[in-house]
Structure formats: C-alpha cells, structure tokens
Write a protein that binds this ligand. Structure first.
Ligand SMILES: C[S@@+](CC[C@H](N)C(=O)[O-])C[C@H]1O[C@@H](n2cnc3c(N)ncnc32)[C@H](O)[C@@H]1O
Length: 235
C-alpha cells in the first residue's frame, strides 16, 4: 500500500470508545455463543431493529451499553421483568458470559447486540424507541490525548436524545471523577435532558443498579462512585 493511501485510511478511521481486547473464549462461552446466540442475539446488519419482534411483546426497551461481563444486565432484567433489556458489548468473552447467565437463570427479557453501540444507536434504533439507557463505568480514557475516545460526547448525547422516548431516563455511572465532571459538562450543554439530581450534579445510587465488576475494581483503588440521572424532556 502506498504511503499516501495509509495516511488517508488512518485519517478516515473513526474514533472508537473501545479497543478490542484479546482474551480467549472459554469452551463454555464458545458453546454458549454457538447454541444461544440464535435466540438472544441481534445479528449485525442494516436497517432499523424491530425490538417487539425480537422480544415477542411491545414492552419498554432499556439499553445497557458496554455491559462487560453482563452481571448487571441479567440482574436488572431479573429485577425488572416487565421491561425488555438490550445489552450492547463488543467484547466477545463478555457476551459469552452473559449468554451463559441468561440460560442459567432462565431470563428471557434480554437480547444482545455484539457491535459498536455508537453505530447501533446511530443506524439501527428508531426515533423514541428506548425508554431508558444505562451506561455503567464506561472506559474513562484518563489521558488527555484520549479524551476524544470517551463515549459521552455531545454528538453521542444528541443521538441518545433522538433514540429516547420523552420521560425516559438516562443513567450514567463512573468511578473516575474527571470523567464524572466531563459527563456533567456534556450533559448540561444538551437542551434535551434534565438532571434529576437535587444538588444539580450527582444522585444517590438507584436501587436498580447492581454493583458491577469494574465498579468493584474502582472501589478497591479507593475511587468514589458517581451516579448521574437525566430525564429526556418532552418533545
Ligand atoms: C470499563 S468496562 C465496564 C464494563 C461494565 N459496565 C462494568 O461496569 O463492569 C467498559 C466496557 O464497555 C465496552 N465498550 C466500550 N465502548 C463500547 C461501544 N462503543 N460499544 C459497545 N461496547 C463498548 C468495552 O468493551 C468494555 O467491556
């Protein structure tokens, strides 16, 4: 490839909020992907997803972005059986882990998309299709030159607003204080969301959010955990 081709390719490469980690699938995870994906998976593709077709009902849809190993996903789905959950994650072993948990606990109100959540929301979710979005401990990208990789950005929040139904709740959590402040700044610049915090910043941890693996790691390091809750405004 010519030098200039390489340059133009890298110039057009999208900025992603993740780096695909290696990490081998266990045999059980591979088995779960082979056997359970056809039932729980939303295949990559083009066009808007009809969630009611995937779930077999028209209940509210709540998306969890970057579910990691999916412990929070299945626990929330078990605790909120009247809602449908769509977990989005690019890390394959995490997807396998969640599939195994869904099967073990006989949970059927979860479906999984194994692709970039930014693309999924941008291309496959209809206007006002989501009753809630939850993003727990997104990669903090602490170095200044990596801040552009943080998933919470003005354009992405505009996309969230488009996808969410008026009255729907966006729930963010982080154990990285500079990211919490970045979230506050980005969210307060968006006219479509109202902060539900009485003090104008953070909220107590809501009862529906389980403790996640990444959160436990942060707490071992002495980090303070922040929950941020926003309501999508009417119209
Ligand atoms: C720091 S981990 C937190 C995982 C989990 N929420 C927890 O609290 O334990 C962030 C996760 O988000 C996933 N992720 C980051 N950007 C993503 C994107 N654009 N689409 C889907 N998953 C993403 C990563 O693969 C990673 O598993």
């Amino acid at each position: 490839m010519h030098e200039e081709d390489k340059t133009s390719k890298s110039r057009h490469r999208p900025i992603r909020s993740f780096v695909l980690r290696g990490g081998r699938l266990t045999r059980a995870q591979q088995h779960a992907l082979d056997e359970l994906w056809p039932h729980y998976g939303i295949d990559e593709g083009a066009g808007v997803v009809d969630f009611s077709e995937h779930f077999g009902n028209a209940s509210d849809v709540i998306v969890e972005i970057g579910f990691g190993n999916g412990e929070s996903t299945w626990r929330m789905a078990q605790g909120e059986p009247d809602a449908n959950f769509v977990g989005i994650e690019v890390h394959e072993p995490g997807v396998g882990h969640l599939l195994m948990a869904l099967d073990k606990h006989a949970i059927d109100n979860v479906r999984i998309a194994r692709e970039d959540a930014v693309t999924f929301l941008g291309q496959r979710v209809a206007d006002a299709a989501l009753a809630g979005v939850r993003i727990y401990f997104p990669d903090p990208w602490p170095k200044k030159r990596h801040h552009k990789r943080r998933i919470i950005q003005p354009d992405f929040v505009l996309e969230l607003a488009r996808c969410m139904t008026p009255g729907g709740v966006l729930h963010l959590a982080t154990d990285w204080q500079p990211y919490a402040e970045h979230m506050l700044e980005v969210m307060s610049a968006n006219p479509d969301f109202v902060n539900l915090s009485q003090s104008g910043d953070y909220c107590p941890q809501p009862h529906w959010r389980p403790r996640t693996k990444y959160e436990q790691r942060g707490q071992r390091l002495g980090h303070v955990v922040r929950d941020l809750l926003y309501r999508r405004k009417q119209g």
